[in-house]
Design a binder for this molecule. Structure first.
Ligand code: FAD
Length: 485
């Protein structure tokens, strides 16, 4: 028997490690609540993780099996559970962040000491971080070059789904590894509540979880929206993106399955009525490549989690005003598109990509606040928080990342609002104080006099900063960091 250790792959289908274990014989699945990992978690992510685990457990139960749920340090838990079940081997899929790699190395050592075999698989991404390098053999730091190689490389087909008979019966699991020790507790299918893990129920609605919901979302997106994605993806009110990020973060749908479905959509694109149908599918695939690009940036540069990727001559002199940062978090900056984004985040634990770029630019280049404040807030509040993608997004916006936004390109929140939310639909949805106002008034909020603002929307704040003045300050801040003073 093999023990399969689920981590960021809460699914049975298209799961490379699980399929490999099932190919050899019986498999018992386990999830381990690791106190170390939980110490970096948030209310939102714990709720969403538990929802994903519930869906996974139910999928195992539908197949006559169940999910073992353990708590403790995996270096202790996994050898103990493997021992109780007489499992020969522990199998998992590789994770690429620095902390995950350290943990996996420790687990390997612990299992080796107990004479238990280890087997790790390439599953999470289409191309592993080491697989795509420049012709000189270096990791890529420019996305467009990386993407070209990524696109041209052959992709694996989805992994086979294990048969019901490959999974250990629920009864056998109950007889095997259940019980409490000093550092370990193991139960069959018994999931904790957030409070058991030391977390609160979040205020945000975290959205549906599990493979079925992910597949529903994917097929709805590929039936229609993908063919207009190239044009629509930038308009937050259109909701023309896939909303797959949280499912992908928890691995509730396999990346090979997603990619294969996009190729099927591509095969039909030429016959579609939309003008840019093929471009839409290609653009969507390019977003998947962004995720793999950032995964390899983090893999090769684990320090980016806390440090700038790009070196300036001198430290950037961030202003870091606590009141301004707090107003940004609350969605009360007086810049409607920024506030709408921050409130969407609070309500849905999600924010549209265009608006993530706008609010990130606003924090770093209008409030002149260190990107780490924004990253920490997103880490706490996003359901799809992924270290590589979140960090990549923030460092791009702050002009400290790989192929970063040049420091002199500073988003103007008013023109961004006018261009990407022309009818102020997105703002109206999330900022009720501004509902019903003319879009010109909404996006021109900073140009109104205090009296006009008080008459139009008395409960909505005045702009907390002057964009033009802050733009000049930001340029000076970056120029000093570049040694151009
Ligand atoms: P779609 O447009 O449908 O894209 C499909 C998938 O491609 C996404 O689900 C995601 O897996 C991937 N993807 C899309 N855009 C990007 C991108 N720019 N970088 C990396 N992968 C991408 N994405 C996260 O998954 N987790 C994060 O924590 C995260 N933080 C971000 C922080 C900032 C400051 C910025 C600017 C972007 C961040 N992104 C993050 C990227 C992007 O905003 C989200 O992936 C996207 O909005 C998710 O919505 P969707 O699934 O509908 O995307």
């Amino acid at each position: 028997m093999d023990l399969f250790w689920h981590r960021r792959d809460l699914r049975i289908a298209d799961n490379v490690g699980l399929a490999a274990a099932a190919d050899r014989g019986a498999v018992a699945p386990v999830f381990v609540f690791d106190p170390d990992v939980l110490s970096h978690a948030s209310d939102v992510r714990v709720r969403r993780l538990l929802d994903g685990l519930t869906a996974l457990r139910d999928a195992y139960r539908d197949r006559g099996s169940d999910l073992l749920v353990a708590r403790g340090d995996p270096t202790t838990v996994l050898p103990a559970v493997a021992d109780d079940l007489d499992a020969e081997r522990v199998v998992w899929n590789r994770d690429y962040s620095g902390l995950a790699r350290e943990r996996d190395a420790a687990v390997r050592r612990a299992l080796a000491e107990d004479g238990i075999a280890r087997d790790a698989h390439h599953d999470r991404v289409l191309h592993e971080p080491d697989a795509i390098r420049t012709n000189a053999g270096d990791p890529y730091s420019v996305y467009s070059y990386y993407r070209k190689k990524w696109r041209d490389r052959e992709k694996d087909a989805p992994a086979p789904t294990p048969e019901r008979t490959d999974l250990v019966d629920e009864g056998e699991l109950v007889e095997g590894a259940v019980g409490d020790g000093d550092d370990v507790s193991v139960a069959v299918g018994d999931l904790p509540t957030p409070a058991d893990l030391g977390f609160a129920e979040p205020d945000a609605a975290v959205g549906p979880a599990g493979t079925e919901a992910a597949r529903g979302r994917l097929s709805a997106f590929l039936a229609d929206d993908v063919f207009t994605y190239a044009d629509d993806r930038d308009y937050p009110a259109h909701e023309g993106t896939s909303r797959l990020s949280t499912f992908l973060k928890y691995g509730e749908i396999g990346i090979r399955e997603v990619y294969a479905a996009t190729e099927e959509a591509m095969a039909t694109a030429a016959d579609r009525p939309e003008e840019d149908a093929e471009e839409g599918v290609a653009e969507f695939q390019a977003q998947l490549a962004w995720g793999e690009f950032y995964a390899q940036v983090l893999f090769h540069n684990p320090s980016v989690v806390t440090e700038n990727y790009k070196q300036y001559e001198a430290a950037i002199g961030w202003r870091d005003d606590p009141e301004e940062i707090a107003a940004w978090k609350r969605g009360e900056t007086g810049y409607p598109i920024v506030d709408a984004g921050m409130r969407q985040l609070r309500e849905e634990a999600y924010m549209h990509n265009r608006v993530r770029m706008i609010v990130a630019s606003f924090l770093t280049k209008d409030l002149l606040a260190d990107w780490r404040h924004g990253y920490d807030h997103f880490r706490e509040t996003l359901a799809d928080h992924d270290t590589a993608n979140d960090n990549g997004g923030w460092q791009w916006a702050a002009s400290t990342g790989t192929d970063a936004q040049p420091y002199f390109r500073i988003f103007n929140p008013m023109t961004q609002g006018e261009r990407y939310d022309p009818d102020a639909e997105y703002v109206s949805e999330h900022v009720p104080e501004l509902r019903g106002l003319d879009p010109e008034v909404v996006h021109g909020w900073h140009e109104l006099s205090p009296t006009q603002r008080a008459n139009a929307a008395p409960d909505y704040p005045d702009p907390i900063v002057d964009h033009s003045a802050r733009r000049e300050e930001a340029l000076a801040m970056y120029e000093r960091a570049r040694g151009e003073d």
